[in-house]
Design a binder for this molecule. Structure first.
Ligand SMILES: [Zn+2]
Ligand SMILES: [Zn+2]
Length: 341
């Protein structure tokens, strides 16, 4: 079978691998849509495991069913998650499934940028969902990224009537904008340094936008009746944007770091101001279980519109092009790799 093998952000090669053999309790899937994620482009993080097949935002068709699998049959249209938590350890029981040891070691094989995927037993049992007939494979590929957003906003305790500032209007920022709207945010303002992405932010529901080159806190006060934001969601690793973000949270508000910096990079927090103003800092990593089910429902019910976010559909051979498009983000929102093209 053909796969897109990742060496680094500028070197992704079409290579051949054997079709994976499945065992009992496992599934073989034929990939139908595989989204390129911003995290695939975190080169410092990915390159140490290279060469490897990336891709964790997939939908697929079941083409082989292992012995003992009763939940799925040939031809089922499914979403499957790369990582699954055990559901039983102290972290899982506390609601932090994303830091479960099992979650950090499970994955399907070889990755989403491949014609076929072997889904291990535990992923079949705990991380595979049938998608409704009304949902396209492309839409279903947003279940994983939206699940991360669902989880993050829950951790940030978003509530109705809030003013939400989204810093960085790439794909995750746009999902945050739409979900914040669905959660009843009253005013949503988005920033970015790209006019293309600022327009996208408006198209997907931002009430107003601020260019990142401006004095974001001052502009926010102007646009929000003299008040800062109740919830600030950081969707970029850009340090200047993060420095702006810490100055835009209102008293009693929450600063949510959705995107990370590179490991080892420290970010300054004005602790006295945060202490006196009771500002919370929230983080979240990945999504799991209920987040995935909730994301599926939100997409199915069109509370979050994802179909219009797909700007490019490319064959496996052009996965590298897809990475470049996603990295530049100048004229692309979501790039989907379709191995049948
Ligand atoms: Zn992702
Ligand atoms: Zn666990």
């Amino acid at each position: 079978m053909r796969v897109a093998m990742y060496y680094n952000n500028r070197d992704v090669r079409l290579e051949e691998l054997p079709i994976p053999q499945i065992g009992s309790g496992e599934l073989l899937l034929r990939t139908r849509a595989s989204g390129v994620c911003g995290s695939d482009l975190m080169e410092w993080y990915r390159v140490k495991k290279a060469p490897l097949v990336l891709g964790h935002e997939i939908t697929a068709e079941v083409v082989e069913v292992g012995a003992g699998v009763h939940k799925f049959k040939l031809g089922d249209r499914v979403f499957s998650t790369h990582h699954v938590p055990c559901g039983q350890c102290r972290y899982c029981l506390a609601g932090h499934q994303s830091v479960c040891d099992l979650l950090r070691t499970t994955h399907f094989e070889p990755g989403g940028f491949a014609e076929y995927i072997r889904v291990p037993k535990i992923n079949v049992e705990l991380g595979t969902l049938r998608i409704p007939d009304s949902m396209t494979f492309d839409e279903g590929s947003f279940i994983e990224p939206l699940a991360c957003v669902v989880r993050a906003q829950r951790f940030a305790r978003i509530s109705t009537g809030q003013t939400v500032l989204v810093i960085g209007s790439g794909i995750s920022g746009l999902l945050h904008i739409q979900l914040a709207r669905a959660r009843g945010a009253e005013r949503i303002i988005a920033t970015d340094i790209s006019d293309f992405r600022l327009n996208a932010a408006k198209q997907f529901g931002a009430d107003a936008t601020i260019h990142g080159s401006e004095d974001v806190p001052a502009k926010l006060l102007e646009q929000n009746g003299g008040r800062l934001a109740d919830l600030v969601i950081v969707c970029t690793a850009a340090i200047p944007a993060i420095q702006q973000a810490v100055k835009t949270v209102d008293r009693g508000g929450t600063l949510l770091f959705f995107a990370p910096t590179a490991a080892g990079v420290d970010v300054g927090i004005p602790l006295f101001d945060f202490w006196r103003d009771e500002i919370s800092v929230a983080t979240s990593y990945a999504g799991s279980g209920d987040d995935l089910k909730e994301a599926l429902d939100l997409i199915r019910d069109h509370q979050v519109r994802v179909a219009d976010m797909v700007t490019h559909r490319l064959p496996l051979a052009q996965t590298g092009v897809g990475f470049q498009l996603t990295a530049s983000g100048q004229d692309s929102i979501k790039v989907i790799i379709d191995p049948l093209l």
